[in-house]
Design a binder for this molecule. Structure first.
Ligand SMILES: Nc1nc2c(ncn2[C@@H]2O[C@H](COP(=O)(O)OP(=O)(O)O)[C@@H](O)[C@H]2O)c(=O)[nH]1
Ligand SMILES: [Mg+2]
Length: 256
């Protein structure tokens, strides 16, 4: 068990994995080297390539590495929810979301955690000044820029990167987000949590990050994941608009 990070407390970095056998060793090593004070939880969905067994090996050799074995591929959202619950049971003060494939640089983690000292949620952002994406094909670039633009307009959130997956949350904030009602499975999960943080009025800091496309293993991005995000964001936006019209008609202010 680690001592904790100054101004934040005990931190658990959660890394969801599905077929990341070529990446899992390097990413855990980089996290441990960058921020020795944090603990790690690998949430593996019974990867056919044996990622779970490698994770067990890593955990056996290091008391700050833990593994959550899940029955099968159930999506990124479900893996993170299970990880959050594990963090709650083990009395962590904050959790970090990080991909296994090296896209999120562990070397940037101290900056995210420093920002969390004065925030409830920190979003690593590719699309603010200073943010970067390395090695992305044009269709991924368009999808992310387009998706974030649509999300900003439809939900009226001020964030520039609501779909990003490099984040830190205080457990106190996460516990208020009613995560038991989160149904989003794919990357829409990230938008869902940003939307909840926004509506709760939490202190959300958006920090520039450099996102590097994976060099090993395959992306799990699919058209089903994009479709899920599109319809859910549209439904949330429509509901929010209907609610504000109702408030206007009944003569009550936003606070009422
Ligand atoms: N446990 C679990 N992890 C997943 C699942 N889908 C994706 N991941 C992990 O989530 C992270 C991001 O996925 P990735 O395929 O790199 O997506 P991309 O970066 O958008 O292309 C990686 O660490 C994946 O292994 C899933 O269904 N279950
Ligand atoms: Mg990736």
């Amino acid at each position: 068990m680690s001592e904790g990070y100054p101004g934040v407390g005990r931190v658990l970095v959660i890394i969801p994995t599905y077929n990341e056998s070529e990446n899992i060793r390097l990413i855990t090593e980089r996290v441990r080297r960058s921020v020795p004070a944090v603990d790690l939880l690998i949430a593996d969905d019974n990867s056919p390539d044996g990622t779970g067994a490698i994770a067990d090996e890593l955990a056996a050799a290091d008391p700050q590495i833990h593994v959550l074995h899940r029955a099968g591929k159930q999506g990124l959202g479900a893996a993170y929810l299970a990880g959050f619950a594990w963090a709650g049971e083990h009395a962590y003060d904050a959790v970090v979301e990080m991909d296994a494939d090296g896209s999120h640089a562990p070397e940037e983690l101290p900056r995210l955690l420093d920002a969390l000292a004065d925030a409830d949620v920190v979003l690593g952002s590719r699309w603010v000044a200073g943010g970067k994406v390395i090695n992305w094909p044009w269709h991924r670039f368009l999808l992310s820029r387009g998706g974030n633009f649509y999300t900003r307009v439809v939900l009226g959130m001020p964030f520039h990167d609501a779909t990003g997956g490099y984040r830190a949350y205080r457990m106190t904030a996460l516990n208020k987000m009613e995560t038991e009602t989160v149904a989003s499975q794919g990357y829409c999960f990230q938008v869902d949590l940003a939307w909840r943080a926004h509506r709760h009025g939490f202190r959300v800091a958006e920090l520039p990050i450099t996102f590097a496309e994976r060099e090993r293993g395959a992306s799990k991005m699919s058209s089903a994941i994009v479709r899920e995000a599109l319809w859910r964001v549209t439904v949330w936006g429509t509901k929010a608009r209907a609610a504000s019209v109702r408030r206007a008609l009944t003569g009550r202010g936003r606070a009422g």
